[in-house]
Write a protein that binds this ligand. Structure first.
Ligand code: HEC
Length: 204
């Protein structure tokens, strides 16, 4: 008697097992991995031992970062070179005739609020600076459009630079001085007398 196999294994049974990733994607991934490693290697100078020398700890590197004071003064120098340098010169010496010096100026070494007031509104001489009288030139309100941060930076810079030996001034001090300028209802450039009348400290 012949057996009836008609319902057996006509098609193979479904089996479980790893489906294969398409070859293209597989090769693509290997390629990406290779390029990635190559890039990391390249950006780190092939991990050369001397690249990070002489530092071995992140703390050592951090200890060399500029201080807040150095950053402020550096920023002030940039602002000075835009807003003030045309008249007072990079060396702070002025012109020797119409423009008074900021280097060695008793005004710059004096009360910072007075400097804010001058930078805010400008100044018309006569004015005595470092033993010499000026008045032929006029100072425009060169700091009028500076933010309080920028004003603090540029004034900190001129107070410290050129051996002036002063200290930084804060944004709060700038805001307080600006308020005093507003309260004085001064319009137009200051005169030395006007500064004095508004209560700003004037060097002797
Ligand atoms: C257009 C030219 C000009 C520009 C720009 C200028 N100044 Fe002056 N500045 C003068 C003149 C001129 C005087 C003296 C006033 C006078 O002779 O009438 C003066 C006086 C001063 C004084 C007081 C006197 C002294 O020499 O210490 C200070 C402080 C000062 N300027 C700071 C600044 C700062 C800060 C800036 C930039 C934000 C600036 N000036 C931009 C021309 C200028």
């Amino acid at each position: 008697m012949s057996e009836d196999f008609s319902n057996v294994n006509e098609q193979s049974e479904p089996s479980s097992g790893g489906a294969q990733m398409p070859m293209g994607i597989f090769i693509g991934l290997i390629l990406l991995g290779y390029i990635g490693c190559y890039k990391v290697d390249q950006l780190n100078a092939n991990f050369a031992a001397n690249v990070h020398a002489p530092f071995t700890e992140p703390d050592e590197v951090a200890s060399l970062a500029p201080s807040a004071r150095e950053l402020l003064v550096a920023r002030g120098k940039q602002i000075y070179s835009k807003s003030c340098v045309a008249c007072h010169q990079a060396n702070g010496a002025g012109s020797g005739t119409d423009i008074p010096p900021l280097a060695g100026s008793e005004w710059v070494k004096g009360d910072p609020a007075t400097i804010v007031a001058i930078a805010q509104m400008g100044l018309i001489g006569p004015i005595s600076v470092a033993g010499k009288n000026y008045g032929a030139g006029t100072m425009t309100p060169a700091g009028e459009t500076l933010s309080a941060d920028e004003m603090a930076a540029v004034i900190s810079y001129i107070r410290i630079e050129w051996g002036n030996g002063g200290d930084t001034i804060s944004t709060d001090e700038v805001n307080a001085a600006r308020k005093a300028v507003n309260d004085s209802s001064q319009s137009g450039q200051w005169t030395v007398e006007g500064l004095k009348a508004a209560g700003f400290a004037i060097p002797e």
